[in-house]
Design a protein around this ligand. Sequence first.
Ligand code: ISE
Length: 334
Amino acid sequence: MTIRIAVIGAGLMGADHAKIVAEELPGATLQLVCDMDDQRARRVADACGAFDIATDPKGAIARQDVDAVIIASPDFTHAPLSMACIAVGKRVLCEKPLSQSSADCIAVMETEQKAGAKFVQLGFMRRYDQSYQEMKQTLDDGHLGRALMMHNFHRNVETPAADFTGAMAITNSAPHEFDVVRYVLGTEYASISAFQPRRSDARVAPVVMVLETVDGQLVNIEINNNAAYGYDVRAELIGERGAVATNNVAYTRRESALAQSTSYDADWRTRYYDAYRRQNRDFLRFVMTGEFPMTASDCWDGYCAATVAEAGVRALKEARRAPVQMIAKPEFYA
Ligand code: ISE
């Protein structure tokens, strides 16, 4: 049986997902690529050998020849399109964030609960990265003792848009950190504070956040969307008896002019190359079996990330520590 997948959105991530489905997902075929811009849909469809293109996402989701969906359209479409997938009973891998609004995430959770089964897998692909998996395993195996702190750096070469703001760093980039830290530590956040140093130019300055977990651990997160030198994501977990840090993988090392050097990735698509592929393979298994993958994020995780981000934006704006207040976790997501 072949699962026919529609990719909604033919931008950077949509093109990447289309390529993975077409070339590296045995058991799946790229049925169609949908984008409001038909030329863009056509370019990606042709490059990947998709069967068809479409410009109306809801129509594409409902098509009889589509079994499952990957949503990689702009952030504000994620929640409504996920609900459209649930409405027609199709499983969906939705790029992060589920929504930037926690209220919208609650609406998706309610729709999913009414449908009586999980339909939405969320694209927090860091959970599939070998370095975070080993970090979590090291903690779970008891090698570190009780976890005390986690330090996280998230550096991009430059912002995708010139009008990117500190708040956007929190709602767009930081959710990866919020999610993967929750995943590794197995806890929730109690509060968040956020600060920004002053840059010498008009570009968005780094955002530095300090979070406290409900278990009394401290987490700091630096989001530097204009780090200039490379895509550099690092994490260190410190326990009472040891520490573990992620390494950046460099396949080669250069020696020249009395110096040794390795290269950085330009962005997340190469840094998390394997993670995306593992994630998408798990999604295909989910579609085939109906069993939600152990590692993946669900709508509850999307809600948690959105709630922390909302509190973070408030903390930054009001220059004070903001409590993270979440609804009780529905039994359905336990
Ligand atoms: C960006 O918004 C993403 O979605 C990527 O997955 C992430 O790795 C990147 O650093 C973010 O800025």
